[in-house]
Design a protein around this ligand. Structure first.
Ligand SMILES: Nc1nc2c(c(=O)[nH]1)N[C@H]1C(S)=C(S)[C@@H](COP(=O)(O)OP(=O)(O)OC[C@H]3O[C@@H](n4cnc5c(=O)[nH]c(N)nc54)[C@H](O)[C@@H]3O)O[C@H]1N2
Ligand SMILES: Nc1nc2c(c(=O)[nH]1)N[C@H]1C(S)=C(S)[C@@H](COP(=O)(O)OP(=O)(O)OC[C@H]3O[C@@H](n4cnc5c(=O)[nH]c(N)nc54)[C@H](O)[C@@H]3O)O[C@H]1N2
Ligand code: SF4
Ligand SMILES: [Mo]
Length: 774
């Protein structure tokens, strides 16, 4: 007799985190379907979600703590030994070199941020805020601009795609990568409605570009030239929203003057876009009632990343498509995913700390430099920098050079393989999880997902792991101290609130580790094993204080409930909504309450950006004769999902992770479709299978993101599936301000692989295909 139970949770494969229902049978995950009761995604799923069981159940899950032996191999050890030994090493390094020698790399991936607060608490208690993660490989240029324009680096734009009549897609491919809820539904609706338009700026004729009314196949890396030419055209025509600019912004004159100096024709040509197309684009913008600009890695990991983000924001602001139905907005936070660290500098590398984050491109220097505060001990959680940070060789050299590397992961990653200690985490379906990817407006959503499976034996949830470490380090007070708080929590939330407030006041030393205290007190009283959500208690209070009206609307709280109790109501709802919930509901015009400048105006003129614009030189767009191709190292495809899957069998197609090449470029190499080619950059050389693809511009190449994981094959040897793209990328190919990598712009040359290489690769490929077929 079958005993199938359906449980509500969320997809962890991209940051949209659609609500799903999973069938659990005999402790295994089976079928997946969209959860119609999820208020954000309403049943939507993409092609990848059905494959989630490959993330949970596979041969490479970790089931015991591991310690590295002197010979480089690993031996299993028990949890108590692992915790005691790591704590001892931490104490020694801390005593000798202080808190600054510690860092966190990661802290959460596409579906898991619940553990992040706890490892951050541990790090802070050690006296460090050094955090490297993927956001600083993509979004920190945007955060920097937001800090200057909106007054806070965690003011972040939302996209009301649902209601726009013009969607301006700039450097992203939402049909494949999603990035906003129910992406394909919205793209289909726009295509079918003649009153709604789609513009796509992408060198490649992507799946999204195929749907567009206007596709501008920009020269790779030339977006700043195109955007500046477009903005200049709009300003010259007077096609800007004077009333909006007057009412809501300052600094327009300086921006206008800079834009009037742009040589429109020359810069459009540098971007390989005809002036007629720039004009058509401007016409469409001028005709739009409500435009949404949707951006991502194409500009953020492209040349001039931070400047691109600035120009993109100017496009929104000068045309006044902001803060109305169907335009861009700002959004609320239950708890911000990143910080605000304007003006802070990280001494060992001289990088600006943006959003509280440090750029992975500088990670090797932070470890390998001779600065007295260089890194010596690193915790990696939910990240695989040995595959995903720029310059794999250099990243691995740095990871190897550490005195202590502790990796907390669900699987044996390339980074874990270099660790002193590897700690096995329960998967995201074996513990309560939530993400802080809550980017919507006017309604914003949060989802606390209780476990749907028992933890894999030997694994632990991150809050438990970090609690044990904190206890061993004397950071977390003992039960004699926490007992009364726990008792107060068992009585009522208001009692806990008073007791916790008093405790924190009396114990300032415990403040950095407040999350750990919450988990070990309030957490033990929460329903359905949702103890990890304890850290949301202060977040819910703060959110309700900041947005009382919007929280009230979202929760439909009776009018007799005072504002002072809204946070408590919000928290109670959060831990009891396994399908997710709206936590703020705004009216559009209330967006101005989210702007953080003191005058609540958008500050348009950023001197560093206007200088950069003035220094742009079209010579930058000419190919390097030594490396004439531009490689997009890390494209999103139908079957890649960061480093979340390790078993290649999850992919329905392209298990080789082929290099996409324009057929004419292949012909000029006298290579055939499917052949093995050598891609050479200034940093490295890899051999990959090629795939002729007419959607590619001539001179542009693309390798997929999310490949290069080693996985045990049938005979037990570990096979690397697909390219490790970051063997080709260089740490210094980066944005000068944010340090974000120019991954979409890696200069390379291309040649046929040697016959020996082709034979060897063909054999590996054959075995991977066989594993996928089995
Ligand atoms: N299937 C799938 N979906 C994913 C992920 C995944 O791994 N797989 N990862 C998730 C994550 S972490 C992220 S950050 C997002 C990223 O989502 P996207 O940014 O949409 O994805 P990418 O394919 O990396 O890059 C987007 C586009 O940039 C274009 N591009 C390359 N060079 C340039 C250029 O110079 N200018 C312009 N304008 N465009 C250029 C590429 O052709 C590509 O179509 O996707 C998320 N969704
Ligand atoms: N060349 C190139 N490099 C890129 C990009 C690119 O386009 N090109 N894109 C960049 C971008 S946008 C991103 S977002 C990054 C992503 O790169 P990373 O920061 O490395 O993150 P993920 O690839 O998502 O890896 C997630 C890791 O978390 C582990 N994991 C899964 N669930 C859990 C859990 O519950 N607990 C713990 N502790 N671990 C878990 C997985 O096994 C995996 O090792 O890659 C970046 N690197
Ligand atoms: S869009 Fe993202 S979250 Fe939604 S089903 Fe696809 S991969 Fe999962
Ligand atoms: Mo990302």
């Amino acid at each position: 007799m079958s005993d199938v139970q359906w449980h509500k949770t969320a997809c962890n494969l991209c940051y949209v985190n659609c609500g799903i229902e999973v069938a659990i049978e005999n402790d295994r995950m089976g079928k997946i379907r969209g959860d119609r009761s999820n208020p954000k995604s309403q049943g939507y799923l993409c092609n990848k979600a059905a494959r989630i069981p490959y993330y949970v159940h596979h041969k490479d899950r970790l089931t015991t703590p591991l310690r590295r032996r002197a010979d480089g191999g690993f031996e299993p050890i028990d949890w108590d030994t692992a915790v005691a030994e790591i704590a001892e090493r931490v104490r020694q390094i801390h005593a000798a070199h202080g808190g600054q020698s510690f860092a966190l790399y990661g802290g959460g991936g596409q579906g898991n941020h619940a553990g992040g607060a706890y490892v951050t608490g541990l790090l802070r208690a050690l006296g460090s805020r050094n955090t490297f993660n993927a956001l600083a490989q993509e979004k920190t240029g945007d955060f920097w601009v937001n800090g200057r324009m909106f007054g806070g680096q965690n003011c972040h734009t939302a996209e009301d795609v649902h209601h726009c009549d013009l969607l301006f897609v700039l450097g992203c491919n939402p049909w494949v990568a999603h990035g906003f809820p129910n992406a394909r539904d919205h793209l289909n609706r726009i295509r079918k409605d003649s009153a709604r338009k789609l513009i796509v700026v992408d060198p490649r004729r992507t799946e999204t570009a195929e749907l567009a009314d206007l596709h501008l196949a920009v020269r790779p890396g030339a977006d700043a030239f195109l955007l500046a030419a477009l903005l200049a055209t709009l300003v010259r025509r007077g096609a800007i929203d004077r009333a909006f600019i007057e009412a809501h912004t300052v600094g327009f004159e300086a921006v206008r003057d800079a834009l009037l100096r742009v040589p429109v024709e020359e810069w459009a040509a540098a971007a390989d876009i005809s002036s007629a197309d720039v004009d058509r684009c401007a016409d469409m913008i001028q005709a739009a009632k409500a435009m949404v600009v949707r951006v991502e890695l194409g500009i953020q990991q492209g040349v001039n990343s931070t400047l691109n983000s600035y120009l993109e924001k100017l496009l929104i602001m000068l045309t006044g498509h902001f803060g109305r139905k169907g335009t861009n907005q700002l959004h609320t936070w239950l708890a911000p995913l990143w910080g605000n660290s304007q003006g802070k500098v990280y001494a060992p590398t001289g990088d600006e700390v943006i959003g509280g984050l440090l750029p992975p491109n500088s990670f090797p220097r932070a470890v390998l430099s001779d600065h007295p505060e260089r890194l010596r001990a690193v915790f990696v959680d939910s990240s695989n920098p040995a595959n995903t940070a720029a310059d794999t060789m250099e990243a691995e050299r740095a990871l190897r050079a550490l005195e202590l590397l502790v990796v907390v992961d669900v699987a044996m990653t390339e980074t874990a393989a270099l660790a002193h200690y590897v700690l096995p985490a329960s998967s995201q379906y074996e513990k309560t999880e939530f993400t802080l990817f809550n980017f919507e407006f006017p309604d914003n959503f949060f989802h606390v997902r209780p476990a749907v499976l028992a933890p894999l034996p030997g694994t632990m949830a991150e809050p438990e792991i970090y609690s044990r470490l904190a206890r061993a380090l004397g950071i977390l007070p003992g039960d004699n101290v926490l007992g009364p708080l726990r008792a107060a929590a068992a009585r009522s939330l208001p009692e806990f609130d008073r007791a916790f407030g008093a405790f924190m006041k009396d114990n300032p030393a415990a403040q950095p580790a407040a999350a750990l205290v919450l988990y070990n007190t309030l957490g033990s009283t929460l329903p359905d094993g949702t103890g990890v959500a304890a850290v949301l208690w202060p977040a819910a209070q703060a959110c309700a204080r900041r947005n009382p009206t919007a929280v009230r609307r979202a929760l439909d709280v009776p009018p007799d409930v005072p504002d002072a109790r809204l946070g408590e109501k919000l928290f109670e709802a959060l831990v009891r909504s396994p399908q997710g919930m709206a936590f703020t509901r705004h009216d559009y015009e209330e967006v101005w309450s989210l702007v953080e400048t003191s005058d609540r105006k958008v500050h348009l003129a950023i001197p560093e950006m206007l200088d950069w614009l003035g220094r742009l030189d079209v010579a930058q767009t000419r190919p390097d004769p030594e490396f004439p191709f531009v490689l997009a190292a890390g494209q999103r495809r139908m079957f890649n999902a960061n480093q979340i899957f390790r078993d290649p069998a999850w992919r329905r197609n392209d298990p080789d992770g082929a290099l996409m090449v324009n057929p004419d470029d292949l012909a000029s190499l006298e290579a055939t479709d499917g052949a093995w080619l050598a891609v050479q950059s200034k940093r490295g050389r890899i051999v990959v299978r090629c795939q002729a693809d007419v959607s590619m511009r001539r001179g542009q190449l693309a390798l997929p993101h999310g490949f290069g994981q080693a996985y045990p094959s049938a005979d037990g040897t570990r096979l690397v599936n697909g390219p490790r793209a970051n063997l080709l990328t260089a740490g210094d190919n980066r944005d000068p301000i944010a340090g974000t990598p120019y991954h979409k712009n890696v200069p390379v040359r291309l040649a046929k692989a040697t016959p020996e290489e082709a034979t060897a690769e063909e054999e590996i490929s054959r075995r991977i295909h066989a594993a996928v077929a089995a």
